[in-house]
Design a protein around this ligand. Structure first.
Ligand code: FAD
Length: 398
């Protein structure tokens, strides 16, 4: 009989996992809590070359071709406007493909549509509430009262993963990272930025970044520092006017375009808190496994959340293809992935903390950063961006 998988979550990791599992000869169904595809919450993100390369391993990269725009480089400045350095976002792939910046909702939609095109079932409105091993596999129970049993259960259900909890009820909760996120799309205007280059500004009071899209629109984000974790509902209760006033106050002291870009942004501005998961101690148990943010959420500062989720999903497919016994496959998957993703999460946390630096740390940071960026520009981050998944190669059992 064809082995089956229930994949929980149709964000980034879920549809890719289902496609990789299908390639591995496993019949996967995706169960998503939301009744429809996510809206533009979270604004935009970057899909790095290693993420595109991982999609290519299962011939799914065409699904994202033409979405967003190429962003192969970043220039860093201090709040005075002084150039601190520039780095690439990874060496181009053999055909010249570089990292892209795209709307989060567009990425979700593209991956979901590609999975559907390949005949994968995606069921919306199915919120997992419990999962447990039963004879013949794992039983997943949903809030609408329905349930399914599959040979394996893949938790691609994001940072607040229910599957992670089912695997380890004592799993540590997500860690608060002391910067907030806010962003938007401003109309075309003079910014002085080069096409395809992020301008990243370590302002005196907060971090600001933007890139200019091919149509001239300015895609921006800001990271107001916030030491203590916001109370539930606190950020959602802030009005557009409050966000704008606060951001103006944070960036008025800098010699940058931040205030003008934010002021010209139409629509409601709102922000959200940042969390990560530095080390989830159990990734799998009894036919259940977590991938993507559910296993290792990283602060957006790493720029790798989506790419790591895609890499995980493809590697999991490879492991289950070569080792039908779930325990062996999951152990192989963890061995392939854990060190790499935890290094990314640590890098993201360091970058976020640098953005939240106080006055003394800021002076140090601005002094050291040019040296660090020069070193990074030389070595690039080869371990991160040049990563390739050898889909055809057999995974060695751990
Ligand atoms: C609101 C938000 C905004 C973000 N913004 C940015 C950004 O601007 N830039 C950036 O770089 N990264 C951002 N990220 C992070 C980035 O999107 C993730 O790293 C990436 O999407 C990881 O993919 P994933 O599939 O593991 O998790 P997700 O993309 O979070 O997908 C998880 C999916 O599981 C579903 N789900 C959750 N619980 C259940 C359940 N119990 N039952 C069924 N389904 C469930 C969710 O609805 C969701 O569709 C954001 C994440 C979130 C949640």
């Amino acid at each position: 009989m064809t082995p089956t998988a229930a994949v929980i979550g149709a964000g980034v990791a879920g549809p890719v996992a289902a496609m990789a599992l299908q390639r591995a000869g496993i019949d996967a169904t995706v169960h998503e809590a939301h009744p429809a595809v996510a809206d533009d919450v979270g604004v935009f993100l970057t899909l790095q070359v290693n993420g595109v390369s991982a999609l290519r391993a299962i011939d799914a990269a065409d699904a994202v071709t033409g979405l967003g725009f190429a962003t192969p480089a970043m220039r860093f400045r201090s709040g005075t406007g002084k150039l601190l350095g520039a780095v690439s976002t990874g060496a181009p792939l053999a055909d010249g493909t570089v990292g892209v910046t795209l709307r989060r909702a567009d990425l979700y939609r593209a991956l979901r549509d590609e999975a559907l095109r390949r005949g994968i079932r995606i069921e919306h409105g199915r919120r997992l509430v419990d999962a447990r091993p039963v004879a013949g596999g794992v039983r997943a129970e949903f809030a609408d009262g329905s349930a399914v049993t599959a040979d394996v259960l893949v938790g691609a259900d994001g940072i607040r993963s229910r599957v992670r909890q089912a695997i380890d009820p004592a799993a540590a909760p997500a860690r608060y990272v002391p910067v907030l996120n806010v962003g938007g799309y401003a109309p075309p205007q003079e910014t002085g930025a080069r096409p395809g280059e992020y301008e990243m500004v370590f302002g005196k009071r907060a971090f600001f970044g933007f890139a200019v899209a091919p149509d001239g629109a300015v895609w921006w984000f800001a990271n107001p520092p916030r030491r203590d974790e916001p109370a539930p509902g606190e950020l959602a209760a802030m009005t557009d006017a409050q966000w704008r006033a606060w951001l103006h106050d944070l960036f008025a002291v800098d010699n940058t375009r931040a205030c003008a870009i934010i002021a010209s942004t139409p629509g409601e501005i709102s922000g959200w808190a940042t969390y990560d998961l530095p080390s989830v101690r159990r990734w799998h148990r009894d036919g259940m496994v977590v991938i993507g943010d559910a296993a290792h959420a990283t602060s957006p500062a790493s720029g790798q959340g989506a790419s790591m989720a895609i890499e995980d999903a493809v590697e999991l497919g490879r492991c289950l293809r070569d080792h039908p016994d779930p325990a062996t496959a999951f152990a192989a998957y963890e061995r392939l992935r854990r060190a790499r993703v935890e290094r990314v999460v640590a890098h993201g946390a360091r970058s976020s903390n640098a953005k939240a630096a106080g006055p003394v740390a800021r002076v140090l940071r601005d002094a050291v950063l040019p040296l660090f960026l020069r070193r990074q520009a030389k070595q690039a981050t080869k371990w991160l961006h040049d990563h390739q998944i050898p889909w055809e190669d057999r995974v060695v059992a751990p």
